[in-house]
Write a protein that binds this ligand. Structure first.
Ligand SMILES: C[S@@+](CC[C@H](N)C(=O)[O-])C[C@H]1O[C@@H](n2cnc3c(N)ncnc32)[C@H](O)[C@@H]1O
Length: 313
């Protein structure tokens, strides 16, 4: 049996158990070895942070987003720490489960220090020296602090709550962002979440910036399949394969654009990774995908930037 199918079966089984996200972490750590903070991942997400900051500076009248919100931060809060380093004062991370830990936060902070020692950090973000000093000081006395105290010093607040009804006031967030998260949220949840983002983002100077990875995530782990493998299944078949730990909506770029249009969220700037047409052609597409242009289906990653003050809601 192919490796991706074995993983799908294990994740489906875990998804029915209590504490499923903790069990999944252990499974990924010891079996698929997909949870360590490796350089590729760190620099990729640091690159995302750089792009979010650039998007904010291009489409807002301010240079620093004082209040930021990320949905789906995951195990290592690289993007929230980047915002702290550039001077943000209120950094919220909303997720359905609390996936970081004191140890994972320490690993993240150490990686920032290592990156700076290599002379790389300044190539990504224009960090404030006193903010960087706070991080080195925290690391020196790490054991003395609780996780809550460390997060507080980094201006980071975790909101473990339903992102469709955020506990944040209207018009309070300068920059809403996400990284490789939208693809895990089906439209019946994503639409109300986006509506609440519209509510909380500042209508004067507010920006949204979202990176979406539309590739089949099982292909990241099993190199015998390509990133379009999941497009061969009908919705009914996919419902059996997909799991609630790491759901994949299989939404394509044209679906996201339609959702944005329906919600009147402007796309001020968009960028794509074209994907690989030959790989796509090797897949027998399910009916629902066949009605679209191959080059549209092939797009594997996208980044949407929205200047939220350009519309009246
Ligand atoms: C694949 S991880 C991405 C983690 C990280 N942002 C990254 O760049 O690798 C997806 C994250 O989205 C979170 N997530 C999924 N559905 C969500 C929802 N409805 N509301 C909030 N967070 C959600 C998951 O718990 C997880 O932390």
């Amino acid at each position: 049996m192919k490796k991706w199918k074995q993983k799908a079966i294990v994740q489906k089984t875990i998804s029915y158990l209590p504490l499923s996200s903790k069990i999944n972490y252990i499974f990924q750590k010891f079996v698929t070895k997909g949870v360590n903070l490796v350089d590729n991942y760190f620099y990729d997400r640091l690159g995302h942070a750089r792009e979010h900051i650039k998007a904010f500076q291009n489409y807002s009248d301010k240079s620093i987003p004082h209040a930021c919100l990320e949905i789906g931060t995951g195990w290592y809060p690289i993007v929230p720490v980047s915002f702290f380093l550039i001077g943000s004062d209120k950094i919220f991370s909303v997720d359905i489960s609390f996936l970081t830990s004191k140890e994972r936060l320490q690993i993240t902070l150490q990686k920032f220090v290592e990156c700076n020692n290599l002379g790389q950090l300044k190539n990504y973000i224009n960090f404030l020296p006193d903010r960087f000093h706070t991080i080195t000081k925290l690391l020196n006395d790490y054991d003395k602090f609780s996780l809550d105290e460390i997060l507080q010093r980094l201006n980071i607040t975790y909101l473990i709550e339903d992102a469709r009804k955020l506990s944040l006031p209207d018009n309070s967030i300068d920059l809403v962002n996400s990284n490789n998260t939208f693809e895990h949220i089906y439209p019946d949840n994503l639409i109300p979440i986006l509506k609440d983002f519209i509510r909380v983002v500042k209508k004067k100077g507010g920006v949204m910036s979202h990176f979406i990875d539309m590739s089949d995530h099982f292909a990241h782990f099993d190199k015998s399949i390509n990133i379009y493998n999941f497009l061969q299944f009908s919705d009914i078949q996919w419902k059996w394969i997909d799991n609630s730990i790491q759901p994949q909506s299989r939404i394509r770029v044209y679906d996201y654009k339609q959702i944005y249009e329906d919600l009147k969220i402007p796309i001020s700037e968009e960028s794509f990774r074209e994907g690989n047409l030959n790989e796509l052609k090797s897949i027998r597409l399910a009916k629902k995908f066949k009605k679209h242009q191959l080059n549209e289906i092939a797009i594997s990653h996208c980044h949407f930037i929205s200047r939220m003050s350009s519309v009246n809601y």
